[in-house]
Design a protein around this ligand. Structure first.
Ligand code: GLU
Length: 439
């Protein structure tokens, strides 16, 4: 082979490998649309309405500079996608290396159905920046957030599009968004309802930080009682992901008497058959920023957590975790989706055939956006609810949603996910039909 031949051969190998990788990467937007289609097929919806619901309808990509700590300019790509029917549109902002347009479209699309399942007066949106927030200093994170907010100044608005935290962002980031927006759009006068998930001292709501995890566990408890006729006491549980949703879910499960035998983060799984002490794990991971080296547990690979012999598995990390590849080895009787889109359509078929109940994301993790709605409403009225009131209202919303989803699934003789979509699509289709088409 000549030198040129070798280069061409190498190039061909790379193209083939790239093609295969692209095929293997499951497109989360297409996956969500498949879930939508499965439910829509069971329903009798006006054929003029369906195509409007099936696609996100506003997508913005921005490329913007941020000064690093050593004085260099680095370019970042950010997105905001809306699925605009009822407004404001609502949904978090994600800082993660995986962020791309399809991921954000999928998450915005899911937010619409999630809001409809819990009956909030919102439809969906999502935003994000492609970055690894763990490699950025606090100053870099702040400058990146403020510049992204500036780029989104004509999108974010208390009555149009209201962001919130998601993976890689937190209350502090929301405070920077509120501050930046208030400065550039309102002469520095506070606009508190432009973003939710803020610190409680800065117009945030009591209970917002714990809301998603609490909702996950409330729904897990309801579903377990429904399908396995018992309470959660003594059940073995594994929780994938130890961020906001995973750690709160693990703690709430422990408080309900579950034996939380394993949790994981991006570095690996920790496992103790007799049960982990969640307060201790939280303290350790806050101190060291990792579960690596945690004493009193066996350590194994990142994805091992999914296949452990447990009663309940709570994936609370990334999308596409349960795939046709590992689904046959899942032993949990019930999967409760703390994360968005952790189960692919094809994996779900395998789980169903094996008798595993999947409690879908758009029901299970809706507690976060529900308390975001409470926060937005409190800010609009310039008052603050007590913590107990927030939890009582959250509990009511989640319970109502569970009953409605369960009934829809029964009525259509289908699984919980399809039941949830049927319920949500019915509500939004009706709304769109009443408003009609423009022009
Ligand atoms: N990011 C969260 C979710 O996926 C919360 C969104 C919100 O509170 O607006 O549901």
């Amino acid at each position: 082979m000549t030198f040129e031949d070798e280069i061409i051969a190498k190039w061909i190998r790379r193209v083939i490998a790239g093609g295969m990788m692209m095929e293997e990467k499951i497109n989360p937007y297409k996956n969500a649309q498949k879930q939508f289609d499965q439910a829509a097929a069971l329903m009798d919806i006006d054929k003029n309405i369906l195509p409007r619901l099936r696609k996100t309808n506003f997508e913005l990509e921005v490329n913007f500079p941020v000064m690093t700590d050593n004085g260099e300019i680095k370019m970042f790509t950010g997105y905001r996608v809306r699925h605009k029917f009822m407004t404001p549109t609502k949904g978090g902002i994600r800082y993660a290396p995986s962020v791309d347009l399809d991921e954000i479209k999928a998450l915005a699309f899911l937010m619409t159905w999630k809001c409809a399942v819990v009956d909030l007066p919102f439809s969906g949106a999502k935003g994000g920046i492609t970055c690894d927030p763990r490699t950025l200093s606090k100053g870099e994170l702040e400058r990146m957030t403020r510049r992204y907010t500036y780029e989104m100044r004509n999108v974010f608005h208390p009555d149009r599009d209201v962001p919130a935290p998601d993976m890689g962002t937190n209350a502090e980031v929301m405070a920077w968004i509120m501050d930046t927006y208030s400065i550039i759009e309102n002469n520095g006068n506070t606009v508190s309802s432009v973003v939710t998930g803020k610190p409680v001292e800065l117009y945030g709501s009591q209970g917002r930080a714990e809301a998603t995890g609490r909702g996950v566990v409330q729904i897990a408890e309801r579903a377990w009682r429904e399908f396995y006729r018992g309470d959660l006491k003594g059940m073995k549980v594994a929780v994938q992901g130890f961020g906001n949703v995973g750690s709160v879910s693990a703690k709430q499960l422990e408080l309900r008497g579950c034996k939380v035998v394993a949790v994981s983060d991006i570095n690996g799984t920790i496992h103790n058959k007799r049960g982990l002490g969640i307060d201790d794990v939280i303290a350790y991971s806050l101190k060291t920023k990792t579960l690596q080296g945690y004493p009193n547990a066996e350590h194994s690979g990142v994805k091992d957590i999914l296949e452990l012999p447990v009663d309940i598995l709570v994936p609370a990390a990334l999308e596409n975790q349960l795939t046709p590849e590992n689904a046959p080895r899942i032993k949990a009787k019930m999967v409760v989706e703390g994360a968005n889109a952790p189960t692919t359509v094809d994996a779900e078929k395998i789980l169903a055939a094996n008798g595993t109940i999947v409690v879908p994301d758009i029901l299970a993790n809706a507690g976060g956006v529900t308390v975001s709605y409470f926060e937005w409403a409190q800010d609009k009225q310039e008052l603050q609810w007590e913590e107990q009131r927030v939890y009582d209202e959250l509990s009511k919303y989640m319970d109502r949603a569970f009953v409605r989803v369960k009934n829809a699934a029964k009525q259509y003789n289908t699984d919980l996910r399809t039941g949830a979509y049927v319920l949500a699509i019915g509500k939004v289709a009706n709304y769109v039909k009443m408003r009609g088409h423009f022009p």
